[in-house]
Design a protein around this ligand. Structure first.
Ligand code: GLC
Length: 785
């Protein structure tokens, strides 16, 4: 590493610690009013604090300082605002008020005003103010400082280029275009101000729903407190009581929404580069994939497909017949995804997109009425104010340029929004956003820009292709982005460090409501080598978003670029991914239905196992598959922590007891993979793209636990339309107990057609039956008991 790059890291990697000195404390409770939903505290200094009981395990705290709360109570992040009236009570104690639900006891000390969230059964504190809430009337900063537990750990915060456990870290939320970021760069593209605190096996969550620049300090500047602050707006946070992280995540994703099912092909392998053109070259890439017998479901067109980087246009020389082009690829099972940046070329005579938008006053402007002109790929550009309904609708409808051309997915990039004139946002502070008539400042809206863009895009695609599932990928986002878009982790580097940090990034996203994520395989900027590319695929073949992508000046790194030996290994993993699709799709549907991520830290599945807490160089897919990839050059073995219970080596079938660290051999061909005893992995046939063949035979790989039992569900639907929402899916339950496999009568009305089901049981013979949609009891020959 050069001296210059070390300096660059130092310069960009320090988020500001939260400095509480000079901030004022909120006044004491002077009086209070009980409402249907909670209580409003009037403070001696004129501040107002509103406590709302939303559910037994969910309480919202809103505060305005030196004045009352504003009338408008709206958040772009929130999907659900009310629950069926939860039971709670209010009582007065000496010096305090007390709200009790079945799951939370909230003590509101009167003087000074401090909030203490407790367990109602034991009256022990879960999380409490270390001092009263703070504010600065001049700058508008609002802050809270909570007692920091000696054994407290912190998780979440969405996309952070940091380790999984955020204790002693400090982080900022300010969507930023951070080309070539690395571990420690903060902030990066997305802002999800939600975290989970864990202490002695019990967890709580806090979602600071404030889109201004926010800061989180988990004991970086004090031994006594963990603080969060916002540089404007109200103090507005939600407190989630666990103690289970899964329960917190279920609630958080109920509040901010869950991922809709993407089309199943989105789980397929995708190929990109900056940029494939002309059409004949892009076709050549696809032909090569098929020639090499490498799975591929989508090809991405980066900015050069456009005419002068004008969004919603096609370059007539490079792509003279877009529909003909997408048809040709589709015939080979490959869907086309086009990049769509938010910057619209400014004052461009004859460019109807600009002209229509300007005529209808759809673009963001500064307070003095001048348009906000940013500099991005097309040169001077303007951005749409997506909070104006008519503008959002217009933007969405513009996508007809793509859907008419047979484009199947949209890739929203540069939406922090990136502005080459000033990436910090400082010179954009006078930009005004309509925001429901509030005409609110840029400081509030920067972090929301991508969320609103994604909403407009998603809704547009839905209108254009009714009953089809939109597929969107976004770089930036705010809490709730999962309702509209899947995400990728932006412009990473072709380094081992970048590969290593991608694991905690996926897990952090998963713990923040965003289950569909991935990184540019091989690394975006710089030069990957064969070993790194292979090891990257040994991670990427399991992540929901599995896309190989490279920068304009990066050497090519498609799977065949380093020769047969490496290509064969990559093929092996891509083929395995496609065989695992029934398993991966079932995990995805669980994420859609419950908010539980696909890629999970061990911590989520084994919350009380202290040894699993800090592990972020291994991950699990759902509850059953554990991967411990090699994340360093030239390594052929590694220690792997296996949680308690029985584990099967995926490759050898050997079983061993967990609850310990084991050393595992991992030559380049092998990623250490383990299956939990008690699991059943539903798998399908080899395929080169989703839908190439029916899932026949459907093979259940059964891994009995030490009692000889195992269990799984399989989720299936048509993979493309919205009919799953009307019950057109099929959920099949398979149980192994006392030497008998029981197949449930499937739920749902989706008919997958006739096929054979194969049960392959570790340490037993195989059984085959026709799938006739009826329940079955199948005795297992030589059962593993
Ligand atoms: C941004 C994107 C990258 C893309 C490039 C050109 O850097 O993050 O993926 O290739 O822009 O569009």
């Amino acid at each position: 590493m050069t001296k210059l790059s070390v300096l660059a890291i130092l310069l960009c990697s320090r988020a500001a610690a939260i400095d509480l000195t000079g901030l004022r404390h909120v006044g004491d409770i002077a009086s209070f009013v009980k409402t249907d939903a909670g209580i409003v505290l009037a403070c001696a200094d004129g501040s107002e604090v509103r406590i709302v009981v939303l559910a037994p395990d969910l309480i919202r705290v809103r505060a305005a300082f030196l004045h009352k709360l504003s009338g408008r109570d709206h958040s772009w992040a929130i999907e659900k605002t009310s629950w069926t009236a939860p039971r709670w009570s209010l009582s007065e104690e000496s010096g305090a008020l007390r709200i009790a639900t079945g799951e939370i006891e909230l003590i509101m000390h009167r003087s000074p005003l401090q909030l203490d969230f407790r367990d109602p059964a034991t009256h022990r504190t879960i999380n409490a103010d270390q001092q009263p809430m703070l504010f600065d009337p001049q700058s508008g900063t609002v802050a809270a400082a909570r007692k920091l537990g000696l054994d407290e750990h912190f998780y979440g915060l969405g996309e952070k280029a940091a380790r999984l456990d955020k204790r002693r870290g400090e982080f900022t939320m300010w969507n930023s275009d951070t080309f070539g970021y690395q571990e420690g760069t903060d902030p990066i593209y997305q802002s999800v101000p939600f975290y989970i605190g864990w202490q002695h096996g019990a967890a709580y969550g806090i979602f600071l729903d404030n889109s201004y620049r926010t800061h989180f300090d988990f004991g970086a500047s004090s031994q006594e407190y963990a603080a969060f602050s916002a540089e404007g707006g109200e103090m507005d946070y939600y407190f989630f009581q666990g103690p289970s992280i899964k329960k917190i995540l279920a609630r958080y994703t109920e509040l901010t929404g869950r991922m809709p099912m993407p089309p199943m092909w989105a789980l397929g392998h995708q190929q990109s580069r900056y940029s494939y053109y002309p059409d004949t070259l892009a076709e050549e890439i696809v032909r090569r994939y098929r020639q090499e017998d490498l799975p591929l479901d989508a090809l991405h067109l980066d900015i050069h497909y456009m005419d002068g980087f004008r969004v919603f246009t096609w370059n007539p020389q490079r792509f003279p017949n877009p529909k003909g082009f997408t048809d040709k690829l589709r015939a080979q099972g490959v869907k086309v995804v086009t990049i769509v940046d938010p910057g619209i070329k400014y004052r461009d005579p004859g460019y109807t997109v600009y002209e229509q938008g300007a005529a209808q006053d759809f673009f963001l402007k500064r307070t003095d009425g001048r348009p906000y002109v940013a500099r991005v790929w097309p040169g001077d550009s303007v951005f749409v104010d997506y909070t104006k309904d008519a503008a959002a609708r217009w933007w969405g409808d513009l996508h007809r340029a793509y859907t008419d051309a047979g484009v199947a997915g949209i890739w929203n990039d540069m939406n922090e929004p990136s502005d080459f004139n000033d990436q910090t946002g400082k010179s954009q502070m006078d930009v005004v956003t309509y925001d429901g008539g509030e005409n609110s400042p840029y400081a509030k809206n920067r972090n929301l820009f991508a969320l609103n863009e994604a909403r407009a895009t998603y809704e547009g695609l839905h209108r254009l292709l009714p009953n089809q599932r939109p597929y969107l990928i976004t770089r930036a986002g705010y809490a709730g982005i999962q309702r509209y878009a899947t995400v990728w982790t932006g412009d990473n580097r072709a380094t081992w460090e970048a590969l290593a940090v991608s694991l905690p990034m996926f897990m952090g996203l998963g713990l923040s409501g965003e289950p569909f994520a991935g990184a540019d395989i091989g690394g975006f900027t710089g030069r990957t080598d064969a070993e790194l590319l292979v090891r990257w695929y040994e991670v990427g073949f399991l992540t929901p978003f599995c896309r190989n992508h490279a920068d304009m000046t990066s050497p090519d790194h498609e799977p065949w670029r380093f020769g047969k030996y490496y290509e064969d290994i990559i093929r092996k993993y891509l083929k395995l991914r496609y065989r695992l699709l029934p398993f991966l799709y079932t995990a995805l549907e669980e994420a859609h239905r419950t908010g539980m991520p696909v890629v999970r830290p061990l911590l989520l599945n084994y919350q009380e196992d202290e040894d699993a807490l800090g592990i972020d160089d291994e991950f699990m897919i759902g509850a059953d598959l554990l991967a411990a990839p090699i994340l360093k050059a030239d390594r052929t073995s590694r220690p792997v922590y296996l949680p308690k219970g029985l584990w099967f080596d995926y490759w050898t079938g050997a079983a061993q007891q967990g609850g310990r660290m084991v050393r595992v051999e991992a030559p380049l061909e092998t990623v250490p993979l383990f299956v939990r005893g008690g699991a059943i992995l539903p798998t399908g046939p080899d395929m080169n793209y989703v839908g190439e063949k029916p899932s026949d035979p459907l093979r259940f790989e059964v891994y009995p636990d030490s009692q000889g039992e195992a269990f799984a569900t399989l989720y299936e639907d048509d993979g493309l339309t919205e009919s799953y929402r009307q019950g057109q899916f099929r959920r099949t339950t398979v149980t192994l107990r006392r030497g008998v496999i029981e197949l449930s009568a499937p739920q749902g009305s989706f008919d997958p057609g006739r096929r054979t089901m194969v049960f392959s049981i570790r340490r037993a013979a195989e059984v085959r039956i026709p799938d006739d949609g009826r329940p079955h009891r199948i005795p297992v020959p030589h059962a593993a008991r």
